[in-house]
Write a protein that binds this ligand. Structure first.
Ligand code: ADP
Ligand code: MG
Length: 246
């Protein structure tokens, strides 16, 4: 579903992603952990080309792009990849003047040109899935942070992406609201959604991941199934990181 070959991303003279090779199978859940500033968000943003990589090759859901420092891809090529992915951010970015239902319908109606009735029915099904059908006509400000984040998951799903990307989806939430969001993500995993999740929730990572990678200084230091990476890490860098967080 995702294939990344020798991906690099520089900001000016600083190379933040330094040659990453990675593939994610259909239905697989990949969790990315690593210290702050190691390039986790940048890597995620490269996968949906919110950041344009400076080198390497990226394939998402059958669409491929080859990147070179001085050759910008066409907007249509970027759009093709972006539409295969849905992104859930740390802060939920809902439209404040639209109801929950309108937030979830917005993309399908304006971008995918779906009929309103159809989009509404699909949105209601997704709101049921995240346990918020009774909030369909509420406005975002009246919801808790956990509820807003569940709406943004429903909104990302509404575009029917091949892959869902999460960038620290619970780190802006009060601790008592974290569980309800993780529960929704776990349910998506059970249903076979392909997901790449950046998180600091190590217990959650252990439960939901098929595979975990530790990113440090823009390279993959270690990669493996969660039980191996968390219980029997092979690299000193991983031991050190886990000792600080886990
Ligand atoms: P993480 O998500 O692991 O904390 P980031 O991907 O956000 O790390 O950042 C990795 C490095 O790239 C940091 O040093 C950060 O300052 C730098 N960086 C990220 N985005 C930009 C940008 N738009 N311009 C310049 N530097 C950036
Ligand atoms: Mg980040």
């Amino acid at each position: 579903m995702i294939e990344i070959v020798n991906l690099t991303k520089s900001f000016g003279s600083s190379e933040v992603i330094r040659g990453v090779d990675l593939s994610v199978k259909q239905g697989e859940v990949l969790v990315i952990i690593g210290p702050s500033g190691s390039g986790k968000s940048t890597l995620l943003r490269c996968i949906n080309v919110l950041e344009i990589p400076t080198g390497g090759r990226l394939t998402v859901g059958g669409s491929s792009l080859e990147f070179q420092e001085r050759r910008k891809p066409k907007p249509s090529q970027l759009l093709e990849i972006r539409r295969k992915t849905g992104m859930v951010f740390q802060a939920y970015h809902l439209f404040p003047h639209r109801t929950v239902l309108q937030n979830v319908m917005e993309g399908p109606v304006t971008v995918q040109k779906k009929k309103k009735g159809e989009a509404r029915a699909a949105a209601m099904t997704l709101l049921q899935k995240v346990g918020l059908e009774q909030k369909a006509d509420s406005y975002p400000h009246s919801l808790s942070g956990g509820q807003q984040q569940r709406v943004s998951i429903a909104r990302a799903m509404a575009m029917d992406p091949d892959v869902l990307l999460f960038d620290e989806p619970t780190s802006a939430l009060d601790p008592e609201l974290v569980g309800e969001v993780l529960k929704v993500i776990k349910q998506l995993a059970v249903e076979g959604m392909t997901m790449v999740i950046v998180t600091h929730e190590m217990k959650f990572a252990r439960e939901v991941a098929d595979r975990v990678i530790l990113l440090a200084d823009g390279v993959i230091v270690e990669e493996g199934p969660p039980e191996q990476l968390f219980s029997r890490p092979k690299h000193e860098r991983t031991v050190q990181f886990l000792s600080l967080t886990y």
